[in-house]
Design a protein around this ligand. Sequence first.
Ligand SMILES: NC(=O)C1=CN([C@@H]2O[C@H](COP(=O)(O)OP(=O)(O)OC[C@H]3O[C@@H](n4cnc5c(N)ncnc54)[C@H](O)[C@@H]3O)[C@@H](O)[C@H]2O)C=CC1
Ligand SMILES: O=C(O)C1=N[C@H](C(=O)O)C[C@H](O)C1
Length: 247
Amino acid sequence: MITVAVLGAAGRMGTHVVNAVGAAPDLELVAALDHSDDVAQAARAGAQVAVDFTVPTATEANVHALIDLGINAVVGTTGWTEESLLRVEEHLRERPELGVLIAPNFALSAVLSMRFAAAAARYFESVEVVELHHPDKVDAPSGTAVHTARGIAAARAAAGIAASPDATTHDPDGARGAVIDGVHVHAVRLRGLVAHEEVLLGNPGEQLTIRTDSFDRVSFMPGVLLGVREVVRRPGLAVGLDSYMDL
Ligand SMILES: NC(=O)C1=CN([C@@H]2O[C@H](COP(=O)(O)OP(=O)(O)OC[C@H]3O[C@@H](n4cnc5c(N)ncnc54)[C@H](O)[C@@H]3O)[C@@H](O)[C@H]2O)C=CC1
Ligand SMILES: O=C(O)C1=N[C@H](C(=O)O)C[C@H](O)C1
């Protein structure tokens, strides 16, 4: 039995995680904490793993607190940068027995689409990312889109591919979107949506579209539970659920 605490337990994702952990025969929910609770309660309750679905401004501090408390962490919250990931990696050197998984997206369709986009990126002249989410989301672009763009950019750089062609010289309102490692990323917020992303790859006379849709937050739960089961036997920092999968 793996004992689990949930941080952000009252939120949209946290509520689903509480239910999913409660329904798993090999997991035991020992703490359901939200913003007014002390993270140390997770340790007092005997948690081996804490799952964090909180807010970008809180998640890094939560992870450092969990490491100090000797608790493995599975993190879905967005807002992570190269620098904040490095700080966690550094901190984990003090606790080499602990594992931390930080995954921008736990849905299998999204994990695969990020992989497929990186594999396809070198074969196309142009590539852009469009992410589409519910309007209650506080961050843009999505963590998934940032991770997707970075993967595409790294694959193109490794293959020596030039920047996507773009004749735009006048864009006073930022219509061309955010630019992540040279890849344009566009964010849509629309009532009715949950979490969706399209990667558009273009060549003369052809287009490849890679699309992932989470229509319901249940889509994230198998990946979260996989993370909880694996993190206890995989010390160190892992970024992306694909690092726990045989892809
Ligand atoms: N990796 C993935 O597969 C997914 C990641 N996300 C990300 O997860 C995060 C949460 O998303 P939602 O559940 O939609 O947000 P939400 O706003 O519904 O829930 C966040 C919860 O965290 C609580 N909270 C805030 N600060 C806290 C703290 N310091 N300690 C404990 N709890 C705290 C809030 O009170 C709230 O209940 C976002 O960053 C979102 O982008 C969302 C869906 C899937
Ligand atoms: O806030 C959300 O809802 C989601 N956040 C994550 C992100 O920013 O990529 C994952 C998924 O897209 C849903």
